[in-house]
Design a binder for this molecule. Structure first.
Ligand code: CTP
Length: 417
């Protein structure tokens, strides 16, 4: 993913790694190896429960530095006090970030070295959560996550967790992001340097992306060729600009951009419900290619060929229009609603008409006549209510995302002044 490509000169050079107590702790060792290989200086704090999974000796050997375990160690404190240690880092990485560590971070509890460091530091914190799927989905865990994400200083971002099979045999979100993905998040992080450079800090942005999948029966469905790349690039760019980002995504094969909360859905109905649940938001960028129709009565068993009867007839009904619903929301219309218009001709006329019919503020008109689906390149034009259309040069989806987020930041700055 472009969102995690390393910049030429990483801003983060010193990482303080906090290793929590979970089975994913073994991956922290690989992470240390990768960080050192990338030229980063690493010191580690091992929690009491983390030490149940990896030894201080392994961490010390890999970091090339003594591992800190106790808050009240006269020897450690003489070498480098815990406050000094917390300020030494450009970035604190918590991997694995367990439910317990997350709770301490959210409440400011300071009953051991790891949690004390988290409230003493002036460095941003990158969390790599890892826990059982039910624990991850528990409202208490999600509330703690929302709490830390809302802090303005120190700034918390999150990488992962991934979907997959867990050590406990269950399946779902909760697996710690792979060490390579965590490293990519570290190398693209702006560390302490980025604190002043976040024009959308304190704003909540809602993004939809990808296709929807409307079932015909348990094995078949209606979908489309949207890759989700444009929406994911926008979600990542909004997060880098400091916004809290909720990404409501249909089924795509993309990793969640750093610092973004992803809600995975399949159908248009589920997408609308997830969008409603994420409100209020300051801005919304709806890039999803929502299926216009769904099958009226999806079969709950696989539809079988019936000899002599010919193919089945599918009755389609209209799906909700999420962009329209959000643009006309009675209670929580975001201050800025941006839609996308994918057209195969007459882009200007159709995009301008869509601005009216949908009721949104901006439309990014996208010419899909020449194989944009799945590609990294795109060609767009920005339509804003009451302004002349602004054609952007053909460019990458990442560049479109950055330019759009810049335009959003300028818009909010103007509104505020
Ligand atoms: N959209 C939506 N919900 C729908 C359909 C579309 O939120 N049910 C949003 C898309 O995310 C996009 C915009 O509306 O931001 C335009 O979608 P598009 O499919 O191009 O427009 P349609 O309404 O389907 O119009 P048309 O059939 O003329 O292409």
């Amino acid at each position: 993913m472009t969102a995690v490509e390393a910049p030429h000169t990483p801003r983060v050079r010193r990482v303080l790694l906090i290793v929590g107590g979970g089975i994913a702790a073994y991956k922290a060792l690989e992470l240390v190896r990768l960080m050192r290989k990338a030229g980063l200086e690493v010191k580690a704090v091992l929690t009491r429960s983390g030490a149940e999974f990896v030894t201080p000796l392994s961490l010390a050997a890999l970091t090339g530095s003594a591992v800190r375990q106790d808050l009240f160690s006269s020897e450690d404190e003489t070498a480098m006090g815990h406050i000094e240690l917390s300020r030494w880092a450009d970035l604190i990485v918590v991997a694995p970030a367990t439910a317990g560590l997350l709770a301490k971070a959210a409440t400011g509890a300071a009953d051991d070295l790891a949690s004390t460091t988290l409230i003493a530091t002036d460095a941003p914190v990158l969390l790599a959560p890892a826990m059982n799927v039910r624990m991850w989905l528990h409202p208490a865990v999600q509330a703690n996550l929302a709490t830390v994400r809302a802090f303005s200083e120190p700034r918390y971002t999150v990488v992962g967790p991934d979907d997959g099979e867990m050590a406990c045999g269950e399946y779902g979100p909760g697996r710690m992001a792979e060490p390579a993905a965590i490293l990519a998040a570290i190398l693209t992080h702006d560390g302490k340097a980025g604190s002043g450079d976040r024009p959308l800090a304190g704003r909540h942005a809602l993004v939809t992306a990808g296709p929807t999948f409307e079932p015909i029966d348990p094995v078949r469905g209606l979908t489309n060729r949207s890759s989700g790349k444009q929406g994911y690039a926008i979600a990542g760019a909004l997060a880098r600009a400091g916004a809290r980002v909720t990404l409501v995504s249909g089924p795509v094969g993309l990793g969640t951009p750093t610092g973004v909360d992803r809600v995975s859905v399949e159908t248009a109905d589920q997408m609308l419900a997830a969008v409603e649940a994420a409100l209020p938001a300051d801005l919304a960028v709806l890039t999803a290619a929502v299926s216009d129709w769904r099958v009226a009565d999806a079969a709950d068993r696989k539809i079988k060929k019936q000899p002599g009867e010919g193919p089945p007839t599918l009755t389609l009904v209209e799906n909700p229009d999420i962009l329209k619903a959000l643009s006309r929301h009675p209670d929580h219309r975001p201050a800025l609603v941006i839609g996308f218009a994918a057209e195969t001709g007459e882009l200007e006329r159709r995009a301008a008409a869509k601005l009216e019919t949908k009721g949104c503020d901006w439309i990014v008109g996208n010419d899909v006549s020449e194989g944009v689906f799945g590609a990294d390149e795109t060609r767009v034009m920005l339509f804003r209510k009451g302004q002349t259309p602004d054609p952007w040069p053909e460019t990458t989806k990442t560049a479109v995302a950055d330019r759009l987020v810049h335009a959003v930041a300028v818009h909010f700055k103007k509104e505020a002044s």
